[in-house]
Design a protein. Structure first.
Length: 320
């Protein structure tokens, strides 16, 4: 069966845009209160990115105060699409595409104003050190033999772990609907299921598996980044002849009818935070890779990414 080439994020992901042109507009946010909607609970992965971003913006006096509002993922985007406040922003992530149950021709985020992509986490495929699946090749062979038997753990159904698993199946010429995926709330819980023998492999964030890898409990089969990740002695998927790279990215969106001055001020806020040494330090500490892209380039990238994720969800049988 001929292998399908799958590219999750496109060249824009790895071509990090350093200052994509100057933004114009006279409005400043140094004394403004912003409300940032986050899809997911307090303490969750997107919440940690949002609160870290808010703290960096406030510390640098780029905004008066950033209030983080947690909403269930399945309603966050729908509610935000109806918002009209210029000082309301939404933390976007791949999982939000799965909350839109039908395909939108203009993309899942069509009713918003894309501001900037900020950072992302690369995905890591791991097995126990004692596993017979000692290489990505062995894992791929097991998928080909019986995809319904090979149980793989990850985070939420329809999230980046699940989508990546489906894309891997596609790249191997398999029907993604046959996969056996077991969802857990966090990477840590997925890894616990893995070490407990409940699943054969797990997909998760590099931060979520790093300590178990260092402790010699887990073996990394492959990483989803374009280049190898420092601290993980493992090939990229590209090196494994799988034409795929993807990150669990985070970005910011404004409301759909955002005025030009408001849009420029919010993009300038994103740019100034992303350009700061403090933000780079926080990203390194949390295992996030800066992936800055702003304005029109981000809007175009987001439309393509939304369409790709929608197709992947459809292949998994999760898109109505």
């Amino acid at each position: 069966m001929r292998r399908r080439e799958v590219l999750a994020l496109g060249a824009g992901l790895v071509a990090l845009a350093a200052g994509c042109g100057s933004t114009t507009g006279s409005r400043t946010l140094s004394s403004t209160w912003l409300s940032m909607v986050v899809p997911g609970p307090y303490g969750g992965e997107s919440d940690r990115v949002a609160r870290t971003l808010a703290g960096a913006a406030e510390r640098a006096a780029l905004a008066g105060q950033v209030r983080v509002v947690n909403r269930p993922p399945h309603v966050a985007l729908t509610e935000f699409a109806r918002a009209r406040g210029a000082d309301e922003i939404l933390m976007a992530e791949p999982g939000l595409v799965g909350t839109v149950r039908t395909v939108r021709p203009a993309g899942a985020f069509a009713s918003t104003t894309p501001l900037a992509r900020l950072c992302g986490e690369w995905e890591v495929l791991v097995v126990p050190v004692s596993s017979r699946l000692g290489s990505f090749g062995a894992f791929a062979d097991a998928m080909r033999r019986d995809p319904a038997r090979l149980a793989v753990a990850g985070r939420a159904e329809g999230g980046m772990d699940h989508v990546l698993f489906g894309m891997l199946a596609q790249s191997l010429g398999l029907d993604a609907r046959l996969l056996r995926y077991v969802a857990y709330p966090t990477s840590a819980e997925a890894v616990t299921a893995l070490t407990g023998g409940q699943v054969a492999a797990a997909l998760g964030s590099q931060a979520g598996v790093r300590e178990r890898v260092r402790a010699g409990e887990l073996h990394v089969l492959a990483v989803s980044s374009p280049d190898r990740i420092q601290g993980f002695d493992a090939p990229t998927l590209l090196e494994c002849d799988v034409h795929l790279s993807c990150a669990n990215w985070r970005g910011l969106l404004g409301v759909g009818d955002l005025a030009d001055d408001d849009r420029a001020a919010l993009i300038r806020l994103c740019h100034d935070v992303a350009d700061s040494a403090r933000w780079r330090e926080l990203c390194a500490r949390n295992g996030w890779t800066p992936l800055y892209l702003e304005g029109e380039e981000f809007r175009q990238w987001l439309r393509v990414e939304s369409a790709r994720l929608s197709r992947a969800l459809g292949d998994l049988g999760l898109r109505v």
